[in-house]
Design a binder for this molecule. Structure first.
Ligand SMILES: Cc1cc2nc3c(=O)[nH]c(=O)nc-3n(C[C@H](O)[C@H](O)[C@H](O)COP(=O)(O)OP(=O)(O)OC[C@H]3O[C@@H](n4cnc5c(N)ncnc54)[C@H](O)[C@@H]3O)c2cc1C
Length: 285
């Protein structure tokens, strides 16, 4: 449970961090909240020679709420998102998801940027970012890139992020005519989503005109249930409509299996979480 020796550095700016990352090559690792990286180091699943602590970088801080979008700095902690009054007003889905992550200790240190970069298959933020159609902004030696969440998650702990890039912020379109909900089945030990489902329904003239459905925990990486999304227009919460959406959402998905949940149980949990999220989204409290 003791990590191998490493050098710890704390850059004062984003450009300094980028230079240190480039200089450190494969042996350097960024650390934000450390709540995924440090456990891996303690288990010797990761052994970086240099840790670059970016948690306090000014360029990665802040929650900005605009008329058309919400911008969240990568080093924003889950707790900051959970307790942000203005955000709770503008997009209550985000604080409610933050509050479901693990426990207060993890929420006080863990960050949204770290969670997205780590791409744990059971993390909550990936489903939220997919359902909200967020964009992940990253910076590297060749400049900035904006990566749609839809193409950010590539596989088990694998993203579109390059080794020499840093997640700087996420941009989330803010629509007034939308309703969102998130339901997860918590792992009883860690709180991670055995399966979690985020639903965002778009409305025009009081009629559901479409939306997005994103699932985490079920497969190697969070995914959008595109076939179900295509059938969302006109959704009014009728049980037969709901069951059809659920069938469409998990058809063709490849469930993970572990000691806690085998493939069938995981899919069953996913179906139940989607059913509950659809009911929540269609009838907001
Ligand atoms: C007991 C426990 C329970 C947990 N339960 C949950 C849960 O219920 N739901 C959930 O979603 N998560 C859960 N987590 C994970 C937690 O949310 C982590 O905080 C999060 O996954 C990683 O964020 P971090 O800031 O700690 O990242 P770190 O651990 O610092 O880094 C993780 C990885 O991301 C990279 N990285 C970090 N920041 C950046 C950046 N800005 N740009 C590029 N790369 C970066 C690092 O190099 C590293 O590879 C749990 C963790 C623990 C220890």
């Amino acid at each position: 449970m003791i990590p191998s020796a490493f050098e710890y550095i704390r850059p004062g700016s984003l450009s300094e961090a980028l230079a240190q990352l480039a200089q450190g090559g494969d042996g350097a690792k960024l650390m934000s909240g450390g709540h995924s990286l440090l456990p891996m180091m303690k288990l010797r699943l990761a052994a970086p020679g240099t840790l670059i602590d970016i948690a306090e970088l000014p360029e990665l801080q802040g929650i900005m709420i605009g008329t058309n979008e919400i911008v969240i700095g990568a080093a924003t902690t889950h707790a900051q998102l959970e307790h942000h009054a203005e955000l709770a007003e503008a997009m209550p889905l985000l604080p409610s998801i933050a509050g479901l992550i693990a426990d207060p200790t993890v929420r006080n240190r863990g960050t949204i940027g770290g969670s997205l970069a780590h791409a744990d298959p059971s993390a909550d933020w990936p489903a939220a970012m997919l359902a909200l159609d967020a964009t992940v902004e990253v910076i590297g030696p060749k400049g900035q890139r904006s990566i749609p969440a839809a193409s950010f998650f590539k596989g088990l702990f694998e993203t579109d992020l390059r080794l020499d890039e840093i997640v700087v912020r996420v941009r989330i379109p803010a629509g007034s005519n939308q309703r969102g909900a998130y339901r997860k089945f918590r792992h009883p030990a860690s709180g991670y989503a055995v399966v979690g489902v985020a639903v965002v329904l778009a409305y025009e003239a009081n009629r559901c005109s479409g939306g997005r459905i994103a699932v985490t925990g079920h497969s190697a990486h969070a995914f959008r249930a595109k076939a179900a999304e295509a059938a969302l227009a006109g959704y009014a919460g009728q049980p037969d409509q709901t069951e059809r959406l659920i069938d469409l959402a998990f058809t063709g998905a490849s469930p993970l299996e572990d000691r806690f949940a085998d493939a069938d149980y995981r899919t069953q949990l996913g179906r139940t979480m989607l059913r509950r999220a659809l009911v929540d989204a269609i009838s907001p409290v």
